[in-house]
Design a protein around this ligand. Structure first.
Ligand SMILES: Nc1ncnc2c1ncn2[C@@H]1O[C@H](COP(=O)(O)OP(=O)(O)OP(=O)(O)O)[C@@H](O)[C@H]1O
Length: 289
């Protein structure tokens, strides 16, 4: 191993004087920078960053035209401004640090955990079963429901409009949330993986003129979020009890429980039987060691 590193280092230093630790450093910094940018994009920091860029352009113009009073003010305000940014973003920063603490980075790197995730796909069969069961039950008694299932596009900005739930998806929990005249029944529930992350979320309404006039705001909100993101949304009508699914800006109406399960399976991203076996085998042989 060390011989290999020596060879790489000699080669790199011969080429440009770069050590292998410099390469590792670049990789670490790129990783951190990427994660910070993703965090900025998913939080209020994004609008703040755009605001800061506008101010920066204004300061550059002031510097170019030597507007000394403005530059003097900027110089004196800079320290306060940094503190103000930290104060403004305090909830987001706190959440980010808490998430870092909650995430088991080591276990996500371990092949066993990776295998578990791949076997289950984006969410488990149990989650599919629970969602379908809840929707069928709610349909029978005409309880309106709006459930958004996250895929690759983050739903964090919509989550923020609701109330944190963070509970495992079960039909009982879903039915309870959408029960009439309860504090969480209004708005949408967001599902990430096997967990309900939040309830009472506000979704963007679709302005698609082609949607049937008999569809109200619940259905329009379901279609709206499917236009804005790659999520799949399930809508149970309070009027008719019928189940609909919105995906890719289109709505499919009057689905049975089985048809709904099939729709959810298409976004589950479960590996083929062959790779399943390979993962299971890998996990077992690791355990046997
Ligand atoms: N933008 C939105 N984001 C999330 N939920 C919404 C939004 N707009 C409406 N809703 C939900 O839809 C409910 C109103 O549904 P409305 O009767 O207007 O729709 P609908 O499509 O006719 O559905 P239903 O067939 O159930 O009556 C609200 O009480 C609220 O829970």
């Amino acid at each position: 191993m060390s011989r290999g590193l020596e060879i790489i280092e000699t080669y790199l230093s011969r080429v440009s004087g770069v050590r292998w630790t410099d390469v590792v450093e670049i990789i670490i910094i790129s990783f951190l920078l990427y994660n910070i940018l993703v965090w900025i994009k998913n939080t209020r920091a994004w609008s703040l960053l755009k605001g800061i860029l506008v101010i920066a352009v204004f300061i550059l113009i002031a510097a170019y035209f030597e507007m000394n009073t403005i530059l003097w003010i900027v110089q004196n305000v800079f320290g306060v401004a940094v503190t103000a940014v930290v104060v403004i973003l305090q909830p987001e920063l706190r959440k980010a640090v808490e998430e870092l603490g909650r995430k088991n980075i080591v276990s996500s790197i371990l092949p066993f955990e990776l295998g578990k995730n791949l076997i289950e796909g984006r969410f488990s069969d149990k989650t599919i079963h629970e969602i379908a069961r809840a929707c069928v039950e709610m349909g029978k008694v005409k309880t309106g429901a709006l459930i958004v299932v996250e895929q690759n596009d983050s739903l964090t900005e919509y989550e923020r409009t609701g109330i944190d739930v963070d509970g495992i998806v079960t039909s009982q929990l879903l039915i309870n949330i959408f029960e009439h005249n309860t504090p969480l029944h209004d708005g949408a529930v967001i599902v990430r993986g096997n967990r309900i992350t939040s309830a009472t979320c506000y979704l963007p309404l679709s302005d698609n003129m082609g949607l049937s006039k008999e569809l109200g705001t619940r259905h329009r909100a379901g279609v709206g979020i499917s236009e804005a993101t790659d999520s799949l949304t399930i809508i149970v009508s309070e009027e008719t009890g019928k189940i609909s699914v919105a995906y890719n800006g289109e709505i499919e109406r009057n689905l049975s429980g089985d048809a709904l399960k099939e729709k959810l399976r298409t976004i589950q991203n479960k590996p083929e039987e062959e790779s399943r076996k390979r993962i299971l085998w890998k996990g077992r042989s690791k355990g046997e060691k």
